[in-house]
Design a protein around this ligand. Structure first.
Ligand SMILES: Cc1cc2nc3c(=O)[nH]c(=O)nc-3n(C[C@H](O)[C@H](O)[C@H](O)COP(=O)(O)OP(=O)(O)OC[C@H]3O[C@@H](n4cnc5c(N)ncnc54)[C@H](O)[C@@H]3O)c2cc1C
Length: 476
């Protein structure tokens, strides 16, 4: 068995792994190896590649290896393969590559193995065997190679998935999307734009799990106006997949050319658990992304961090955070520790002209975790009525209605927004700061508003929402 040495070994070529590599090079490190089992891809862009409206060249434009986005040295330092085992005591990893095995002795190890699509066990979803793709899905609790997905069953995580979906959009007429999170909704719009008839299935009683029902209503209404068929609740659970249709629990059979599962992502914990590294829902790390094993860091979708607002364990599953984790880890390896400030989860996207997003906790997720919350739901306008380009929207503020553990009364826990033709991103970014700094409505009310007529209404909805929240708090 061939043996090699690496100062730093990175496992995984997603955004976490690639940005780690790039920063190690910025810091002048040699002896870096990166093991990847997929073409490096800008995953977040894939739905837009399938849809074509924002990426006319299609999903291929998001495959990084074919562009010059990565340092040239990454091509030499990259090993195409799968790490099959790590020994944290000996500081060794075994890589299966092209029928060979290499043992790499490392000084520091970065686990950036990411997450895999979760697919509920459903008759007809898998075939008995299939070509090995090397990457997989979590099928219920079982890891299954993606090559076993039935011909008409799809997920979206990497470039090969996007190519399959692109073919579906080219050759098919109708599709069923299971799951209405951000990825499901982005795919809904993409396939709609490609002229497909789309049916959306959601097990919850409303679309968009990142939003509360009252905010999500706006998205559902718009989807229905566009001719999308929507089934919600337990009746929308897929009972069986046939080659040309899907049967759901409410007794309906929906004819379709393909079924796409966008039913969530789970951290890939197989390597860490086999190596005895501490895991819970993800790999447990400290603020510097250090795992329970000496010299081993975990970053990105595989890492479980603490939620800024509450301190509770959190799996953010966000590429932007994977990249920040990478910077923190490389700084630590370079002897300049950069522990991360607390962060929180968010989901931001757009569909059919609506820009929508959510930061932190919804009222529904907070209530499920036993956190006492109240909320203010406010229809808003972006500018005064005599302004051209005035747009409407709906905002929702979620805040603690009583002290709970170390959460203060009035502490802002979440914010949601849906706006017509007006981006929500900057607004939601403000709330990331507010939520992770654990600020209360009362603290913010005194200093928090800027007004300019070209940008917002004189009576800024932020003030209205804080004012209503303070009244709720004062009434107890
Ligand atoms: C369709 C879609 C849209 C998204 N949109 C957004 C968005 O708008 N904004 C945002 O912030 N995030 C978005 N995300 C989430 C974002 O893509 C992920 O959070 C991010 O990719 C996580 O990066 P990572 O490096 O941790 O893991 P991954 O990107 O999952 O990369 C891990 C890589 O490691 C490989 N690997 C695993 N095990 C091994 C092994 N043993 N040996 C070798 N290689 C291995 C995996 O196959 C994979 O290629 C989106 C995700 C999807 C699927």
């Amino acid at each position: 068995m061939e043996r090699q040495k690496a100062k730093v070994l990175i496992i995984g070529g997603g955004p976490g792994g690639r940005v780690s590599y790039m920063f190690l090079k910025e810091f002048g490190f040699d002896g870096v190896r990166i093991v990847g089992n997929e073409e490096p891809t800008i995953t977040c862009s894939l739905p837009y590649g399938v849809g074509r409206r924002l990426i006319p060249r299609g999903p291929e434009a998001a495959v990084v290896a074919k562009s010059d986005w990565v340092p040239k040295s990454m091509v030499e330092d990259w090993i195409d393969g799968n790490v099959t085992a790590i020994d944290t005591a000996k500081r060794e990893a075994v890589v299966a590559t092209g029928g060979n095995q290499i043992v790499i002795e490392y000084e520091k190890l970065i686990l950036a193995v990411g997450g895999v699509p979760w697919v509920p066990q459903t008759p007809g979803a898998l075939r008995a065997d299939g070509p090995s793709m090397g990457t997989g899905i979590l099928y219920g609790n079982e890891w299954v190679d993606k090559g076993r997905l039935a011909d008409n069953v799809y997920v979206l995580r990497g470039a090969p998935d996007a190519r399959r979906l692109d073919n579906l959009a080219k050759n098919g007429k109708s599709a069923v999307i299971v799951g209405s999170g951000a990825i499901g909704l982005e795919l809904l719009e993409a396939l709609y734009d490609r002229g497909m008839k789309v049916t959306l299935l959601e097990v919850l009683d409303h679309l968009a799990v990142a939003l509360d029902a009252d905010v999500a209503e706006v998205i559902e209404k718009r989807a229905l106006e566009k001719g999308v068929t929507v089934y919600k609740g337990k009746g929308a659970i897929v009972k069986k997949i046939n080659p040309d249709s899907v049967e759901i629990e409410n007794g309906t059979t929906i004819p379709c050319d393909g079924v796409i599962f966008s039913t969530g992502v789970r951290p890939d914990l197989r390597l860490a658990q086999a190596a005895g590294i501490k895991t819970e829902r993800g790999i447990v790390v400290d603020a510097g992304m250090k795992t329970s094993a000496e010299g081993v860091y975990a970053i990105g979708d595989v890492a479980q961090i603490a939620d800024g607002a509450t301190g509770q364990p959190l799996l953010p599953l966000l590429g932007t955070l994977a990249m920040r984790h990478a910077v923190s880890v490389v700084s630590d390896i370079a002897g300049r520790p950069l522990p991360l400030a607390p962060s929180t989860a968010w989901g931001v996207s757009s569909i059919f002209g609506l820009s929508w997003g959510s930061v932190g906790w919804t009222a529904e997720t907070a209530q499920r975790s036993g956190i006492p919350v109240a909320s203010v739901l406010l229809p808003i306008n972006t500018r005064n009525e005599f302004f051209a380009g005035r747009k409407s929207g709906l905002w929702k503020l979620v805040f603690a209605s009583a002290p709970f553990k170390d959460i203060k009364v009035g502490q802002i826990l979440g914010f949601q927004a849906v706006q017509d033709e007006e981006p929500t991103l900057n607004l939601l970014e403000r709330f990331i700061d507010i939520i992770t700094r654990r600020e209360t409505v009362m603290e913010l009310f005194g200093h928090y508003v800027i007004h300019n007529p070209a940008h917002n209404e004189a009576n800024d909805p932020i003030l209205q929402i804080f004012f209503q929240a303070m009244q709720i708090i004062q009434k107890g």
